[in-house]
Design a protein around this ligand. Sequence first.
Ligand SMILES: NC(=O)c1ccc[n+]([C@@H]2O[C@H](COP(=O)([O-])OP(=O)(O)OC[C@H]3O[C@@H](n4cnc5c(N)ncnc54)[C@H](OP(=O)(O)O)[C@@H]3O)[C@@H](O)[C@H]2O)c1
Length: 249
Amino acid sequence: MRIAVAGGTGRIGRLVVAELERTGQEAVSLSRGEGVDLLTGVGLRQRLEGADAVIDATNPPVADIAEAEHAFATITRNLLTAETEAGVGHHVALSIAALDAVAGNPHYYGKRAQEREVTAGTVPFTIMRATQFHDFPAMIAEWTVVDGEAIVPPLLMQPIAPADVAAALVATAVGTPLSGSFDIAGPRTEDAVDMARRTLAVRGRDLPLRAAWRDAALGVEFAGEVLIPGPDARLAPTSFDDWLAAGAR
Ligand SMILES: NC(=O)c1ccc[n+]([C@@H]2O[C@H](COP(=O)([O-])OP(=O)(O)OC[C@H]3O[C@@H](n4cnc5c(N)ncnc54)[C@H](OP(=O)(O)O)[C@@H]3O)[C@@H](O)[C@H]2O)c1
């Protein structure tokens, strides 16, 4: 199959392209760095020629709720319009588990706008809602460094390996559209502060951490069990410990 990957140069997109090639599919990456701007549609239509499916792993930079809703909705509408013209039969969107349970975060508003567009569109679709990736705590530690100390919110999560996300996206794209969504998570719950500390240690990054909600990149709307998916979530195999042991990449 010929499968286009929107955001194919990103953290997850690169792994999706590699997984498509490993499994004998033809991958077409769509990103601004490759001449395709999904916000304007420039370069998009030609690159979708002959594509059977599209996996959307984009992550446009956004500053606030309005910009997030606009960017995610516009990118999705542009993709769906071009997919209709090109006869694409399956749109797969990478979304976030517990999306409806978190209020107040701009990225989550953007992702809800993305899901609304996908659901209202005419292209057969599947929405895959993944939990936070294994490298998420180390990433947010780098977002807020105050006086040489990273502020990490004490999130409870059930994280998933990035490579497992990519494998699940590819398996979904080559399958039958669900016209709905499913949740996918890693095998066990983890504590974000512990994860960040251990990831930075494996990577040889010397950065002191402080557990706190105040001043952290994510607020108390993420506290408690809000990020833990329900019992119907599919479980991916790679634990956080396995991922760390393999080098935390
Ligand atoms: N991190 C997590 O724990 C987590 C959990 C669940 C779901 N997700 C979802 O995973 C998705 C992917 O995240 P990521 O961390 O892999 O993203 P990322 O590394 O930031 O990559 C974003 C990709 O989108 C492309 N892009 C951005 N704006 C674009 C535009 N206007 N036109 C074309 N391409 C554009 C970028 O390429 P250019 O800059 O070259 O355009 C890049 O390829 C996000 O939507 C996020 O919500 C993340």
